[in-house]
Design a protein around this ligand. Structure first.
Ligand SMILES: [Zn+2]
Length: 162
C-alpha cells in the first residue's frame, strides 16, 4: 500500500503535497482489523537508480539467509512441533516466555499503540521468530522492540485498532 494518494508521503524527495488530512483519509481506507492481521509493515524509501547500478555485494548471501531461515524453522519444530505462526495462545505462552522487565515493556507498547489482544500475540510470535533467526532461546526486549518496529501502520494511527 502507498503511504498516500500520490505515493510519496515521507519520501526524502519531498515530492508529496498531500495534506495531513488527505494522508489520514487515504490511510484509513485500510481498516484497523485488517491492519491488525498483517504482522510486518515495513516502510520503504525509493531507491536511487545510480545506487542500484553500483556493483556492491549484498550484505548477506541468499544461501546464508536460506540456511538461517531453515535453522530457525528447525528450532521451532523441535520446540513445539509447529512453526511459530501456528502456535496456539497456550503454546505461545511457553515458547515466548518473558521476564518481568520484557513483560512490562511489551505491556507498555501494547497500551501505547492501542493494540488488540490479537496484535499482542502477533508481536510475541514475530519476536519469537526474530530470536529463532538469531539462534537465541531467551526472548528479550530487543526482540520485542524489533517486532514492534514492523508495526509501522499501527504507529501512524495509534489507538485506531479498537
Ligand atoms: Zn502524497
Amino acid at each position: 500500500m502507498n503511504p498516500c494518494a500520490c505515493g510519496y508521503n515521507g519520501d526524502r524527495s519531498g515530492r508529496c503535497r498531500c495534506t495531513s488530512e488527505q494522508v489520514r483519509r487515504y490511510q484509513s481506507r485500510l481498516s484497523g482489523p485488517l491492519i491488525d492481521r498483517v504482522d510486518l509493515h515495513v516502510r520503504l524509501q525509493s531507491v536511487d537508480p545510480i545506487t542500484l547500478q553500483a556493483d556492491k555485494p549484498p550484505s548477506q548471501s541468499t544461501t546464508e539467509v536460506k540456511h538461517r531461515v531453515h535453522s530457525a524453522r528447525e528450532r521451532q519444530l523441535a520446540r513445539t512441533g509447529c512453526i511459530n505462526a501456528c502456535l496456539t495462545q497456550k503454546d505461545l505462552g511457553h515458547a515466548a516466555r518473558l521476564d518481568s522487565t520484557s513483560q512490562r515493556f511489551l505491556e507498555a507498547a501494547v497500551r501505547q499503540l492501542g493494540l488488540s489482544l490479537r496484535g499482542h500475540y502477533r508481536i510475541l510470535k514475530v519476536a519469537r521468530t526474530i530470536a529463532d533467526l538469531e539462534g537465541v532461546d531467551t526472548l528479550g526486549e530487543e526482540h520485542l522492540a524489533e517486532a514492534l518496529q514492523y508495526r509501522a501502520m499501527d504507529q501512524m494511527n495509534p489507538g485506531s485498532l479498537n
